[in-house]
Each structure stands twice: as C-alpha cells, then as structure tokens.
Design a binder for this molecule. Structure first.
Ligand SMILES: NC(=O)C1=CN([C@@H]2O[C@H](COP(=O)(O)OP(=O)(O)OC[C@H]3O[C@@H](n4cnc5c(N)ncnc54)[C@H](O)[C@@H]3O)[C@@H](O)[C@H]2O)C=CC1
Ligand SMILES: O=C(O)CCC(=O)C(=O)O
Length: 527
C-alpha cells in the first residue's frame, strides 16, 4: 500500500481516483508547519502540493520513501527541483488544468485596470458617487504586449483579438509562422515597451526572467501604460514598478502575484493605481478540479509504474515509444552494470552511440538507464532514472550521446565507450527477436552473450587448450558453465572469453585461474 500526503487544500473530487484506489492511502493534512512536515514525510511515497507548501531541500532530505511530488498547478518554483532530482523524486505538475482560469483572471485584471472597477467599487461602497476620477480607456484599437507566449499567453492573445486589440507577442520560441497563425505580431521586448498600451507577463520565474521588467524597461515604456502580472512575483521588479507609477509612466498595475507572498508591508498594496488579488489566477472550481485530477492520475501512474506525461525532471515518453524502447532499458542497464565492472579505473566520460531503429526515438531514458546501471553497482538503490545523470555529474562523470549509422547489421544497436585515466572500455548490445538482450561486442571483440545474472570475463592469448583448462578448473570447483563465448581479433593474438556461470568464483578459484598459462585476467561480473 502506497501512502500519499496532500499538504495543501486540493479539490476532493479531483483526487477521487487516489481516494478510491485500493493501492493508495491518502492523508490530507493541510496545516502542517515545515517542522511537522519534516517529521511526517518519511512515511510517504507521494506528496501533493499547491503553492502553499514549500518543498525544500531539508524536507526532501527527510523524505526517504518519497517517489513522486505532484504539483496541482503549473509553477514548480515552490519545489527545490534540484534536490528532488538528486533524491530521485519525480516531480509532476498539471500544466493544462488552470490555463483558462488564469487567462480569464488576466483578462479580468486587464479590464478592471482599463475601467478602474475595483477603485470605483471601493469609493461607491464608501458612500461616494465619483464618476470623474474613474474615467477609463477602451481596449479596442489598443496594443497589448504579451511577454511569454506559452499556454496562458496564447489564450490571452486570443481573447485580446476578440476585443479588437493589436497584439505583440514575445517569446524565445515564438516563430513568425506561429505568430501569424494566431493572428498577432511577433516582437521583442523593446518593440513591446515602445508600442504597448497594456503589457501582461506570462513567463515562469527563472533566473532569466527575474526582474525582467525592471527600471530600464519602464524607462522605455509608453507613458500611461497599464501592466498586468498574473504569472509570478519577481518577474516585475516591484521597486522599479513603484517608481514608474510615481513617475507617471505606469498608469495602472494589476497584480495577482508578489515577490513575497502573502505581501507584508508592500507599498504597492493599497496604492490607488494598483489592483491586487491574492494569487487567485487558478482559483476556480474548474481549474482546481482539473489540476487535482491531472496530478492524481500522474501519481497513480508513477506509483504503478505506468507511463506518465508531465514530469518536470524527467523526459516524457509516449506509450508507443515506451513499448518499443522498454526492452532496451534492460539491455542498457545491464551494459552499464557490466562496464563499470570491466573498468579498472574510475570512468571520466561515457560516450553512448545509438544506431539502427533506435535513432528514430528519443533515447534519453535509455541513456539514463545505462547511467543508472553503471552507478548503482557501487551506489546501490539510491540511484534511479530520475537522479542518475545528476549523480554522474556530481562524480565528475560526463556523458555524450550520438546517433550513428554504424548499426553493424543489427536492427538497433547501443554502443558505449567508457574513458578512464588509463584507457577505454567499450561494449555494444542489441535485441535479438525472441532471444531478448544480447551483448555483441566487448572491448572490440565480437561475441554473443545474454546479459544474465553472473558472467565470467577472461582475457587470454588465443592458444589451443585454454577452453579445456577453464572448463576443467570450474568443473573441479563445481561451478556450472551455462554458456561460453570466445572472441579474438586474429589467430594467436589477444582474445576474450565470456561465460555464463551459475555461481561466482571465489578469490581462490580466480587465483587458480590466473595461474593457468596464457590467462591474463579473470573477473566475476554480477548483473
Ligand atoms: N496566478 C496563478 O495562479 C497562476 C500562475 N501561473 C504562472 O503563469 C506562468 C505561465 O504559465 P503557462 O503559460 O502555463 O506556462 P508555459 O510554460 O506554457 O509558458 C511560459 C512561456 O514563457 C516563455 N518564456 C520563458 N522565458 C522567457 C523570456 N525571458 N521572455 C519571454 N518569454 C519567455 C517560454 O518560452 C514559454 O513559452 C507561469 O509562471 C505559471 O507559474 C500559472 C497558473 C496559475
Ligand atoms: O495553486 C494555485 O492556486 C497557484 C497556481 C499557480 O500559481 C500555478 O499553477 O503556477
């Protein structure tokens, strides 16, 4: 039975799939302090949060069983992603469920700022009938600048078009073609600042977007611009915004989000030119239902080892690709385990080449599985496909991946080279129809062996009688040989022998083997 903790208020109907599952016990504890969360988190396999719970490094360090964090929303800036990845915890979000609600809230803020609705409401409820102060502006014919043309930005642009606004969008991924499909102009920040009567931001809060709208940006804007932020506090520099309002550059600001939430002593809150809402963009019944349904389903999928879509620290693989690649996961993991045991020094670099049909797919998970196999031999269960490449980096182990045409006649081939300070180790594997994974090259010798539990790897000179010696020595020690493969590059030259055996050789037996003339090394390989 898996245990999932819901630590923020989430739609109960939305988590129905989890509540009804007989594989999962759900605990809803929405008033935990960070200390209390640290104490309780070790019990849980899954955690569902909105933006209230801050999933910090310290909490993740205590989360010894945690496999997945579900963010019922888009922004994952309240989760320490690096720490989650390091601890092998998959983070999934619900990127689509609150798009419309947030877009509609943005539009409500835009219109409220055009017509001074909250300010007018306030004066009237205070007993004043003031029609002069609150003269507004029309949207029709005005220019709206949208910074961030992702899901929400795009929906905002559609609604702005319906209001007959001119829209200029800026996004590093916005092409001319897409802009013209949506019916907007593609611009850059300067074009937006120069032309926009309204500006709305819809980017994530990341290093590049922190204080994206700053003092110098405000200096370039049209006098009387109205600005909306329903994305994240911190995209707009609040100090610079305050100055720009005081200087008369910004006529109105409408903010749903703040650098500090809830805002304390924030001079923007209460300023007559500023409309504020307490991070309500996604607060509709519909959005809360959708995001809770989406993360619940993802959590169920992850806990039951089914495909999932919205991991932010893992690549998504569709069902069809997964079916094709799944057998290669086992092969690549075994290759990784084998190669780390073959290497005599710590690896510095891994080069993975994919050939044949594998080049048609996103093989990132195959790569991660290889790295997992390689690391887990020494690091054990703490390594998984979420943190494998991250951990590799921590150990100074770099990797590169390439697609090649050198499939050597196999339908799909994975070739790997490990570089160490004292040389390279290589291996390649494929899938044989009906036979499953096979290792077909080791250190440039051609062989054909299934990566089963226990292998014996021998390097020797190609002379008559070696196979007999090995066979009788293992027989003497009652070690059964299941299969044996010999690979050589030329007659009488260096050769390798790989055996599938039923039990590992003790140090003594390995020692005896090394006494045999022409045997240079022998090694148990545990897979
Ligand atoms: N107020 C609220 O309650 C809610 C806020 N949000 C926030 O809204 C924001 C946008 O959400 P979505 O549209 O779903 O995300 P999205 O990922 O679909 O779109 C974000 C876009 O920003 C673009 N971008 C990144 N850096 C940029 C830069 N420097 N300049 C211009 N564009 C840049 C990206 O290319 C991407 O297209 C996020 O920060 C999210 O957390 C989302 C839902 C609710
Ligand atoms: O959970 C919420 O209401 C916040 C939503 C949000 O900001 C997001 O999805 O990024």
């Amino acid at each position: 039975m898996f245990k999932v903790l819901v630590s923020d208020p989430i739609s109960e109907d939305g988590i129905r799939a989890l509540l009804d599952s007989d594989q999962v016990q759900v605990d809803q504890k929405t008033d935990l302090s960070p200390e209390a969360l640290k104490e309780t988190i070790p019990e849980y396999d899954g955690l569902i949060v909105r933006s209230q719970t801050k999933v910090t490094k310290e909490i993740l360090e205590c989360a010894t069983k945690l496999k997945v964090i579900g963010r019922a929303g888009v922004g994952v800036d309240t989760i320490d992603l690096e720490a989650a990845t390091e601890h092998g915890v998959i983070v999934v979000n619900a990127p689509n469920g609150n798009t419309i609600s947030t877009c509609e809230h943005t539009f409500a803020m835009l219109m409220a700022s055009a017509r001074n609705i909250p300010q007018a409401h306030k004066t009237l409820t205070e007993g004043n009938w003031d029609r002069k102060t609150y003269k507004g502006v029309e949207l029709k014919g005005k220019t709206l600048g949208i910074v961030g043309m992702g899901r929400i930005g795009t929906e905002v642009s559609k609604r702005a078009k319906a209001f007959q606004m001119n829209v200029i969008g800026y996004d590093p991924f916005l092409t001319e073609e897409r802009a013209s499909q949506i019916g907007i102009q593609k611009g850059d920040l300067d074009k937006i600042y120069e032309n926009a009567d309204f500006i709305t931001v819809h980017t994530p809060l990341i290093k590049e977007t922190h204080h994206l709208i700053n003092k110098s940006a405000f200096q370039k804007m049209k006098k009387g611009v109205r600005i909306v932020n329903c994305a994240r506090g911190g995209i707009i520099d609040e100090t610079a915004l305050l100055e720009a309002i005081d200087e008369g550059i910004v006529a109105r600001a409408a903010l749903d989000v703040f650098e500090e939430e809830p805002p304390t002593d924030n001079p923007l809150v209460g300023k007559p030119e500023v409309i504020v809402t307490p991070h309500l963009g996604a607060s509709t019944s519909e959005a809360q239902l959708y995001v809770a349904e989406d993360v619940s389903q993802e959590i169920l999928n992850i806990l039951s080892d089914q495909p999932f879509q919205n991991a932010v620290n893992m690549p998504a693989v569709n069902d069809e690709t997964r079916k094709i690649l799944e057998p290669y996961y086992l092969l690549s993991e075994k290759l990784g385990e084998m190669m780390i045991q073959l290497a005599k020094q710590p690896p510095r670099h891994i080069k993975i080449s994919y050939a044949g049909t594998l080049t048609d797919f996103n093989t990132e998970l195959v790569t991660r599985t290889f790295v997992k196999g390689l690391l887990s031999h020494y690091l054990g269960e703490k390594v998984n496909i979420v943190n494998a490449t991250h951990l590799a980096k921590q150990y100074g182990l770099s990797y590169s991946v390439e697609n090649t045409t050198a499939s050597l006649g196999y339908s799909g081939l994975i070739s790997v080279t490990l570089t160490t300070d004292e040389g390279e180790y290589s291996a390649a594997g494929t899938l044989f129809d009906g036979l499953g994974p096979r290792i077909v090259h080791v250190n440039q010798y051609t062989i054909d062996i299934a990566p089963t539990d226990r292998l014996l790897y021998i390097q020797h000179t190609d002379v008559p009688g070696i196979i007999g010696h090995v066979g009788s020595l293992l027989g003497k020690h009652e070690i059964n040989i299941a299969t044996m493969q010999v690979g050589r590059k030329q007659v009488g030259g260096q050769a390798i022998m790989m055996l599938t055996i039923d039990k590992a050789l003790s140090e003594e037996v390995l020692g005896e083997l090394l006494q045999v003339d022409h045997i240079h090394s022998a090694k148990n390989i545990d897979l």
